[in-house]
Design a protein around this ligand. Structure first.
Ligand SMILES: NC(=O)c1ccc[n+]([C@@H]2O[C@H](COP(=O)([O-])OP(=O)(O)OC[C@H]3O[C@@H](n4cnc5c(N)ncnc54)[C@H](O)[C@@H]3O)[C@@H](O)[C@H]2O)c1
Length: 364
């Protein structure tokens, strides 16, 4: 197997702390599973603004383009928060999504049995929750034009535009169905088809895609109902596919099910293949840079480590290594180790680095 190049963008706040643990896990996997990998670090976000004046320097972008996968920490923080500023850390994320054409965002929401009572919902609702959200990432209202504020006849007015063409819908829905064949074979398509023309096109294209997957069951659910079902019966969902803005909102709602933001990974996949023949992708925990705890060894690194597991699965095609990392994460939780965000009775509080070391120890 050719050597995989992994671009590491630690970013800001707790980004460097959690990414260091995830990188160590990848290095251990490289040894244990004989996966040739090399790591190249570069700066993005606020750190890059400080160093170069821009959140996504040309060198970092070309590293991301040439890499087989990108592992990112988080970007942003109060230092760069001036809303009037022309350069903002988040522009690095939008730039990477756009330039790498990362059209699908995968967010698994699993509730580990050992942390089930750290979540705000009743444990009996949460036992066994295992949902994979597939959110469209490069279309819809966040990118539609016109998007502007202007002077209208009645005073100030503003407009945003939702546009989807069938190719954008097809590729993300097809990905969701193909992933569902490896899981419980159920796809829930979420829309607002009673009101929106774009949602009716989503339904139409989804039905066409579904014909190619006769073993996969499809249901359509309106987004407002879905917001409720996620809290009432989260166990009923397997793969959930939806457009950009609905996915943005629903995945944040669903993150509450797992007990802590710090636990959850994500993968953003592109249409292209990397040099290893797998999907190129960007992997990051779903949390932000958490400036309130940065630099204090308090961050939970498990979201970043689980993102590294997704990287092994989707961009390096190594299911064995991915599953071993996920098992090691489950083991540390079963053994009662907790970072501060997940404090529960009868558990042992550890810092970010100790949690990372514990995962390494269980990886062997
Ligand atoms: N993808 C990204 O890089 C991303 C995502 C969201 C927010 N942000 C940025 O991060 C900054 C802070 O945003 P925020 O406070 O709204 O969200 P946040 O996710 O950074 O933090 C929210 C809360 O969760 C806690 N938390 C988050 N991750 C944790 C972890 N791994 N372990 C333990 N606790 C954790 C934080 O301490 C905080 O109390 C802002 O500048 C925002 O723009 C970046």
């Amino acid at each position: 197997m050719p050597e995989a190049t992994i671009a590491i963008f630690p970013g800001d706040g707790i980004g460097p702390e959690v990414t260091a643990q995830a990188r160590a896990v990848l290095e251990r996997c490289a040894q244990r599973f004989a996966i040739p990998m090399r790591f190249i670090e570069a700066s993005v976000g606020g750190a890059a603004i400080d160093a170069t004046g821009t959140p996504l320097p040309a060198d970092s972008l070309s590293l991301a383009r040439d890499a087989d996968a990108v592992l990112l920490g988080a970007v942003g923080g109060p230092k760069w928060d001036d809303p009037r500023s022309e350069v903002r850390p988040e522009q690095a994320l939008l730039g990477l999504r756009r330039e790498l054409q990362l059209f699908a965002n995968l967010r698994p929401i699993q509730v580990s049995p050992s942390v089930v009572d750290a979540a705000p919902l009743r444990p009996e609702l949460l036992q066994g929750v295992d949902i994979l959200f597939v959110r469209e990432l490069t279309g819809g209202v966040y990118f539609g034009r016109p998007s502007e504020r202007r002077q209208g006849k009645a005073g100030r007015e503003a407009v945003d535009t939702v546009v989807y063409d069938e190719s954008e819908i097809l590729r993300v829905v097809d990905l969701a169905f193909s992933i569902a064949t490896q899981r419980r074979k159920r796809v829930t398509q979420v829309d607002k088809a009673n009101i929106l023309a774009t949602s009716r096109l989503w339904r139409e294209v989804t039905r066409e895609v579904a014909k190619g997957y006769p073993d996969v069951e499809l249901e359509d659910v309106l987004v407002d109902a879905m917001a409720m079902h996620l809290l009432r019966r989260p166990r009923d969902f397997d793969v959930v596919v939806t457009e950009n803005m609905f996915g943005d909102i629903l995945t944040d709602e669903a993150s509450v099910l797992s007990g802590s933001l710090g636990m959850l990974p994500s993968a953003s996949l592109g249409a292209g293949r990397n040099r290893l023949g797998h999907r190129a992708g960007l992997y990051e925990p779903i949390h932000g840079s958490a400036p309130d705890i940065a630099g204090r060894d308090l961050a939970n690194p498990l979201g970043s480590i689980s993102s590294a597991a997704m990287l092994l699965r989707h961009s390096l095609g190594n299911e064995e290594a991915a599953a071993a990392v996920e098992a090691a994460v489950s083991n540390v939780l079963e053994d009662g180790m907790r970072t501060a965000d997940l404090r529960q009775p009868d558990t042992r509080q550890v810092g970010c680095a100790e949690m990372g070391d514990a995962v390494l120890a269980r990886l062997g």
